[in-house]
Design a protein. Structure first.
Length: 139
C-alpha cells in the first residue's frame, strides 16, 4: 500500500507545485495564493499529498486540504468546527461536527490576515489535542 506524501522521485511539495501549475486558470492562482498564505503563517508546515493527490498541509496533525473543482477551490480544515473563525471565512461544510471549509469561487478573494489567523488557530488546536507524555514510574 502506498503511503501519503511523495513518490520515490519527487517530494510532495514538488508534486503540489506541479499540480498548481497544471491549473492554468483562476483555480491555479487561487490555490497558489492560499498555499503562500499557509507557508507565511507557518514556515514549519509540512506539505503532503493524500487521497488521490490532494494537497494537505500539516503541523502536529492535518491543518487543511486544498482541492480544486470546476467551479470552486475548497480549503477544508480538518478540525474546523472547533476553530475560532471571527471573520466567518468558513462558508461550506457547516453542518458537520468536525470539518469546515472555505469555498472560493472565481473572482473571490479571501482576507489574508483572517486566513492566516485561522491557520495559526488550527495549529494551536492540533497542539492542544496532543496527549501529554506519560510519566515514568520510579522504581
Amino acid at each position: 500500500m502506498k503511503k501519503s506524501g511523495a513518490n520515490q522521485s519527487q517530494p510532495a511539495s514538488g508534486l503540489i507545485s506541479k499540480r498548481i501549475a497544471e491549473l492554468t486558470d483562476w483555480r491555479g492562482e487561487t490555490l497558489r495564493r492560499m498555499r503562500t498564505l499557509i507557508k507565511e503563517s507557518d514556515p514549519e508546515v509540512v506539505e503532503e499529498r493524500k487521497w488521490r493527490g490532494t494537497p494537505v498541509w500539516s503541523h502536529d496533525g492535518i491543518l487543511c486540504t486544498g482541492e480544486s473543482y470546476k467551479n470552486v477551490v475548497k480549503m477544508t480544515f480538518a478540525k474546523g468546527a472547533s476553530l475560532k473563525d471571527p471573520a466567518r471565512l468558513s462558508n461550506a461544510s457547516l453542518d458537520g461536527n468536525v470539518r469546515r471549509a472555505i469555498d472560493i469561487h472565481e473572482g473571490e478573494k479571501v482576507d489574508a490576515s483572517a486566513f492566516k489567523a485561522l491557520i495559526r488557530e488550527a495549529i494551536a488546536r492540533n497542539r492542544s489535542g496532543k496527549s501529554k507524555p506519560s510519566k515514568k514510574i520510579k522504581s
